[in-house]
Design a protein around this ligand. Structure first.
Ligand code: E4P
Length: 216
């Protein structure tokens, strides 16, 4: 299972990278805007940290021609750039053009298994179901992941499933149990994953007991 970090914050990316637990980065316009700095220098900084790991950067255009133009520009940043394309009929058209050009795509804002099926048919490299946003409206997001993984296995589709819009550690656990290819995780949740109260208590007790060991 791959872990991507879902942020555009270089500090968070560096910390997760140094832990050796991330295999890529996903961003979106909201995450980029939070950094409040020039896009080109921000991406240069991030790529300097993650080197060749994949980084998803999203297009803004709504028409396929605009998406294709933006995707070609973004892909010049580096071979590791994956272009995030919204799941619309225009987006599918863009994927259909970009994949044969060797440009990797991440079809984003996927909220149904049939949308995922279409994106896989179009050949998208990655497909991102947004589970937290479904949970937010009282639909079980993880059931969508189960459906997508089952369909992709049934037909041996090559697209990788990125479980996105993750809100807490249980989402990561369930994604792993289902066998999703990737979870893209906010830094806060990566930190939560490291923690267990018994680990803290255990360290404290070992340190206390160590003080009792006679030393020369
Ligand atoms: C995925 O690629 C998106 O960037 C992200 O997971 C969206 O998460 P949100 O619903 O917390 O905004």
């Amino acid at each position: 299972m791959k872990f991507f970090i879902d942020t555009a914050n270089p500090g968070e990316i560096r910390k997760a990278y140094e832990m050796g637990v991330i295999d890529g980065v996903t961003t979106n316009p909201t995450l980029i805007s939070k950094e409040n700095r020039d896009f080109d220098s921000l991406i240069k900084d991030i790529c300097g940290i993650i080197r060749n790991l994949p980084i998803s950067l999203e297009v803004i255009g709504l028409k396929s021609e605009e998406m294709i133009r933006e995707a070609r520009t973004l892909s010049k940043i580096g071979d590791n750039v994956v272009v995030k394309i919204p799941m619309t009929s225009e987006g599918l058209k863009a994927v259909h053009v970009l994949i044969p050009e060797g440009i990797k795509t991440n079809t984003t804002l996927v909220f149904s298994a049939t949308q995922a099926l279409l994106a896989a048919k179009a050949g998208s490299t990655y497909i991102s179901p947004f589970i937290g946003r479904l949970d937010d409206i009282s639909q079980a997001g993880m059931e969508l992941v189960e459906q997508i993984v089952t369909i992709f296995n049934n037909y041996d589709f090559k697209s990788e499933v990125i479980v996105a819009s993750i809100r807490h550690p249980i989402h990561v656990l369930e994604a792993a149990l289902i066998g999703a290819d990737v979870a893209t995780i906010p830094y806060k949740v990566i930190e939560q994953l490291t923690k267990h109260p018994l680990t803290d208590i255990g360290i404290e007790r070992f340190l206390e007991d160590w003080k009792k060991v006679p030393k020369k």
